[in-house]
Design a protein around this ligand. Structure first.
Ligand code: BGC
Length: 370
């Protein structure tokens, strides 16, 4: 059968599978009738055509981490015998929708989506489901849709770790003014990071230890927006700021630029996330206090394994679920790791995430860790 014909047949079979209906299939060969579920039909068909195709719809490749996510995900699917088609939408909701439609029409077996906008991407899930294609939300949750699976890190914990590290560094001060610089308000993760951070910060505030003097999301996670917000926070408080909880390393970079203009770099603790190379270098130099390392290999490999398993019609069991406003989405949560000056070597460098020469590039060699 021509490749297109096979794809058409799969499309049809997947529709049956998603309907979860028992159907009656007449076998011409024997003339007898057997009752099997749509899911089983899809499984059997899959065995005949081993051509697994996974679609990966990404918000962006701007932050360093997403390039790693893409490379590792694609490699892992290939190792598992499948093919991947990845499209990145450059932060554009409409483009992400049309790219997802493109992937759906190319006959992907499973669609993995890293949404730019956690709400509008529900339309992608609905479109995929109409074609019988399961959807995995990657790193960020898709809200109000029947998402089949969600693979992520414990995002509330990320926020807690960031706030705790900054507060700990302020401990010497009797009281401090705290600035919170969040992520994009279109990203559900940004809300979870903030939730985790605020849990810690509000508790400290109620003990009278800190005062939250500024709390803003950062449009599209852009460092230049973060820099503007930090400048505003400094101006409004006449530079009287003792701590900055920044939601990721890009935001931290913007904040540190604004602090630098006021001669405050290294004096005010700043958090981050992603263990971007630039952030690890700043940590080595004492310009940034911490980052949260989320081993991309773990999430990308896990998502690839699950996508291929789903494509094969295998049963998947996960321990967690998270409500997305519509359903409890079966979820996989991975553990984030705090990185400071004290454990750069034991974390990102040991894992081969970055090389020692890169991380310590701006530090005199006699001060490198042994
Ligand atoms: C991710 C972060 C990333 C941010 C900006 C979040 O959803 O979890 O790792 O820094 O998006 O891309």
């Amino acid at each position: 059968m021509a490749k297109d014909g096979v794809r058409e047949m799969h499309k049809w079979l997947r529709r049956l599978k998603m309907g979860m209906l028992a159907i009656t299939v007449g076998t011409l060969m024997t003339g007898c009738k057997i009752l099997i579920t749509g899911q089983e039909v899809a499984k059997q068909a899959k065995k005949k055509d081993n051509q697994i195709l996974i679609g990966f719809s990404m918000d962006t490749l701007r932050e360093e981490r997403w390039q790693k996510d893409k490379a590792i995900f694609e490699q892992k699917v290939k190792e598992l015998g499948g093919d991947v088609k990845t499209l990145s939408a450059n932060g554009d909701d409409n483009l992400q929708l049309s790219q997802a439609e493109q992937l759906i029409s190319q006959g992907v077996d499973v669609l993995v989506v890293n949404p730019h906008n956690s709400k509008t991407t529900a339309a992608i899930v609905n479109k995929a489901h109409k074609e019988g294609i399961p959807v995995i939300a990657y790193d960020r949750l898709i809200m109000n849709a029947d998402v089949d699976l969600y693979v992520t890190f414990d995002n509330v914990k990320v926020g807690e770790l960031q706030a705790k590290a900054v507060v700990d560094h302020m401990a010497k001060e009797s009281k401090g003014n705290m600035v919170y610089l969040g992520g994009a308000d279109t990203d559900n993760n940004a809300k979870l990071f903030r939730e985790g951070a605020m849990k810690v910060l509000k508790a400290e505030e109620s003990k009278g230890k800190i005062k939250i003097v500024y709390d803003q999301y950062t449009k599209d996670w852009k460092p230049e927006e973060a820099m503007k917000n930090m400048e505003n926070a400094l101006t409004a408080n006449k530079n009287n700021v003792q701590g900055v909880v920044a939601a990721n390393d890009g935001v931290a970079g913007g904040a540190i630029q604004a602090l630098s203009a006021q001669g405050l770099v290294g004096k005010v603790p700043v958090s981050g996330q992603d263990a971007d190379l630039a952030a690890c270098q700043r940590i080595a130099e004492g310009k940034q206090t911490m980052t949260v390392y989320k081993p991309i290999k773990s999430i990308a490999s896990k998502a690839a394994e699950l996508a291929v398993a789903l494509a094969k019609g295998e049963k998947i069991e996960v321990k967690n679920k998270v409500h997305n406003g519509k359903i409890n989405v079966p979820s996989v949560f991975l553990e984030p790791v705090v990185v400071t000056k004290d454990n750069l070597v034991q974390t990102v460098i040991r894992d081969g995430f970055h090389r020692m020469e890169e991380v310590y590039k701006n530090v005199p060699k006699d001060q490198w860790p042994k």
